[in-house]
Design a protein. Structure first.
Ligand SMILES: NC(=O)c1ccc[n+]([C@@H]2O[C@H](COP(=O)([O-])OP(=O)(O)OC[C@H]3O[C@@H](n4cnc5c(N)ncnc54)[C@H](O)[C@@H]3O)[C@@H](O)[C@H]2O)c1
Length: 706
């Protein structure tokens, strides 16, 4: 039979079904054509009575099957569309399970979602020992339930507790771990995988160890199952604070389906898939997936094709940020130089990079040998020796314009003309800084967030004279370093800090009005923010926050003025977590002990009871307004840039799809009305909607229409 997307080969009564055939994409997905073609192939195989077995494999080097096509899921308009789509996949995989001969999935490369669900329908799964071979059911991360029978078959393969862990977290497993879990029957070098499949045509009779059989026995018991589900539900609620529907729905389907047969179970799974895939939450998470995918490729202005290549790096400054940056460079094989003014400062930088690496060793993401090699690849020094070999410099010294300018002038004498120079400034003008360089075209801002190893966002800040090649090369480097870059035009607070400012400012004003700190913090946490504004200010440093607030106020005017309350705290040396006292008191390990009663005593004695929604409006309306001015000023080009920046930069709740996606869903007219009311009742300068927002609403447009 003629096939296009999937190859079919018959050899000695064994059928070899190969995915990713005639396909120029690096990742093969289960799109509509692949699903239809696989259905036809399986119908043929069902007719062949002499078949001894079927082996599913992939022609691709990095991908077995990356799951269902997300564009297909995103195109679902109704619950029944979704349920129908899931049923189609289930029917297909039932056909695999119902073949009269044994079947083996020989997995090499990425095997996710529908790819793993297909494999689970086979008699056995074997996998290559390649580091790119990864298996998992990540649907929950898109607000979905695995809909092609995954929640039915995985517990039957690995037992209930392990399958709940995999399905509810969406985590990925490498081949050896998958074997330990009982998901995979054998792990082999990729060259031998297809041949070894023939040895796995029978059900593996060997049971796991005693622990495994006890676990299986326990989960077969009705009461044990009840407890397992109860514990899983508690753990989900603790982790997600109840914001996410999908994990709870998954638990409902799996628990209710325990006594059901295949068709009854699968019909409730497809029903749940239909409900979830059109929910606003899943659409928001799908939106983030598409934004993130798009951000993986540079889409800005391109210059010549001859982009600077960053093989060797240097970090200027070995402080909080410099140590983290040196670690990032070392992790990416750039054997960086880390330069500071004193050996004591260098020691701090080494401590920082070493603790980042050790974290990886503890999580078994790195061997101790690799840690030693990479840590030793960082060269600490006080002078400029060896800077001629450096391709990328990231400056992370004190936040002072004059010092930075003089350091850049000196630096230029020590680096090659084609080296790229960047500043990690969090608030100073990159435009002004560029005037200190004789070759400003190779200079840009590269703003990492603290801590460097945890925070994915990097703002690439441009200025009038920067060359497109510099921006593009920095963008590509960030992607390679597994960061999420956003290209931002220079301006006070750049992108994230500018929009974050009202979040912290408004908290100060509310405190001064007598709203209790706990109510403010809770209102933000209940909105889905990872921490409240007072706790965040303590993390950033109240003194640092105050300096940045001043720069942003000076640059943008009274719209972003801050309450005088934080200055009062700075005067009393309450800097936040770094000196153990801020809005909260911290123990030696940096854990919150409780509110700082001295600060509480500085607040009005008469407390104001404010409705939680009102607190949220007071805080998030000025943020939306500020985001609109960011677009008006051309700081970034799209609403998606802002949402990506806030999700990856400050942990804006992903289930809301981003600040502007949230604004669009609330309705701009309503939000403008709410701002205008508060412009009258609270403060005109902070709440008057900006021209850009008014025009958008007048044109009946949303942020995502532009
Ligand atoms: N800490 C943060 O949360 C954060 C976040 C993003 C950006 N930044 C920015 O990163 C930069 C560094 O901040 P940090 O918090 O790491 O500061 P830090 O005070 O921890 O470290 C600065 C280091 O620079 C060194 N230094 C000063 N002058 C130098 C020079 N001429 N040559 C070499 N080293 C010199 C100091 O000795 C010190 O070790 C600042 O521009 C800051 O605005 C900080």
């Amino acid at each position: 039979m003629e096939t296009k997307r999937i190859s079919l080969e018959l050899k000695e009564d064994v059928a070899y079904v190969g995915f990713g055939y005639n396909c120029d994409k690096s990742m093969t997905t289960l799109d509509e054509e692949t699903i239809t073609e696989l259905g036809n192939i399986l119908d043929e195989l069902h007719k062949n009575k002499s078949l001894k077995g079927v082996v599913f494999w992939s022609h691709k080097d990095r991908c077995f099957l990356a799951g269902a096509d997300i564009n297909l899921i995103a195109s679902m308009k109704t619950e029944s569309d979704g349920a129908y789509g899931a049923e189609a996949g289930q029917t297909l995989f039932n056909k695999i399970e119902d073949l009269k001969c044994p079947t083996v999935a020989a997995v090499h490369g990425v095997c996710l979602g529908g790819g793993l669900e297909l494999s689970l329908a086979c008699t056995n799964i074997i996998a290559s020992d390649d580091k790119g071979t990864m298996m998992g059911l990540p649907e929950v991360k898109l607000g979905l339930i695995p809909g092609f029978g995954g929640t039915y078959r995985l517990p039957r393969k690995v037992g209930l507790p392990k399958s709940l862990d995999l399905i509810l977290t969406g985590k990925m497993l490498k081949a050896k771990k998958a074997k330990r879990l009982g998901l995979v029957a054998g792990v082999y070098p990729k060259e031998r995988l297809k041949r070894m499949a023939l040895f796995h045509f029978k059900v593996d009779e060997k049971k796991g160890g005693l622990k495994e059989s006890l676990e299986h026995m326990a989960s077969d018991n009705f009461f044990a199952k009840k407890i397992i589900f109860q514990k899983a539900r508690e753990s989900v609620l603790k982790k997600t604070k109840g914001f996410y529907q999908a994990p709870l729905k998954i638990l409902d389907v799996m628990e209710a389906g325990i006594m059901k047969g295949r068709s009854g179970y699968l019909s409730s799974e497809s029903q749940a898939f239909g409900e979830l895939c059109v929910s606003e939450q899943s659409k928001n998470l799908q939106h983030i997936f598409f934004m993130t995918e798009k951000a993986k490729k540079y889409s800005g202005v391109t210059g010549s094709n001859d982009l600077p290549k960053f093989k060797k790096g240097a970090a200027l400054g070995a402080g909080t940020m410099g140590g983290g940056i040196a670690w990032l460079m070392a992790s990416n094989g750039m054997a960086p130089i880390m330069k500071d003014l004193t050996t004591e400062a260098l020691e701090l930088g080494f401590k920082q990079s070493s603790s980042n690496f050790m974290g990886q060793v503890k999580r078994k993401k790195m061997t101790y040998d690799a840690f030693e090699r990479q840590q030793r690849s960082i060269q600490g020094q006080l002078g400029f020796e060896g800077f001629q070999r450096v391709d990328l410099v990231i400056e992370a010294i004190v936040e002072n314009m004059n010092i930075k300018k003089s350091v850049f002038s000196e630096l230029e004498e020590h680096v090659r003309d084609d080296a790229v120079i960047t500043s990690n400034t969090s608030s100073l003008s990159v435009q002004e800084m560029s005037t200190a360089l004789s070759k400003p075209e190779r200079f840009a801002g590269l703003h990492f967030f603290n801590p460097v190893h945890m925070m994915p966002l990097v703002e690439i800040i441009t200025h009038d004279k920067v060359a497109p090649e510099t921006v593009e090369a920095l963008y590509n480097w960030c992607i390679k370093a597994k960061k999420t870059p956003v290209v931002v035009k220079d301006g006070p607070g750049f992108l994230v800090n500018r929009i974050l400012m009202p979040f912290m400012n408004e908290a100060g004003f509310l405190l001064e009005e007598g709203v209790p700190m706990k109510d403010i913090e809770d209102a933000c946490l209940n909105f889905g923010m990872p921490m409240g504004p007072c706790r965040l200010l303590d993390e950033v440093g109240i003194d640092v926050g105050e300096k940045v607030a001043k720069i942003i106020h000076d640059g943008l005017g009274d719209r972003v003025k801050s309450s005088p309350f934080s200055s009062k705290l700075v005067e009393k040396n309450f800097f936040g977590k770094k000196n153990g006292k801020g809005f909260y008191i911290y123990d030696k390990r940096g854990k919150v002990e409780g509110p700082n009663e001295e600060v509480m005593a500085m607040l009005p004695k008469t407390k104001k009871k404010m409705d939680e929604t009102e607190i949220q409006l007071r805080i998030f309306l000025p943020m939306i307004n500020e985001a609109a001015t960011v677009l008006a000023d051309g700081i970034v080009n799209s609403a998606a840039d802002i949402d990506l920046g806030l999700i990856f930069g400050i942990g804006f709740p992903p289930f809301r799809g981003g600040l502007l996606k949230y604004a669009d869903s609330e309705g701009l007219d309503r939000l403008i009305g709410a701002m205008e009311e508060r412009a009258k009742s609270v403060d005109e300068s902070r709440y008057t909607p900006c021209e850009y927002l008014l025009k958008l609403a007048a044109d009946k447009k949303k942020f995502y229409d532009i």
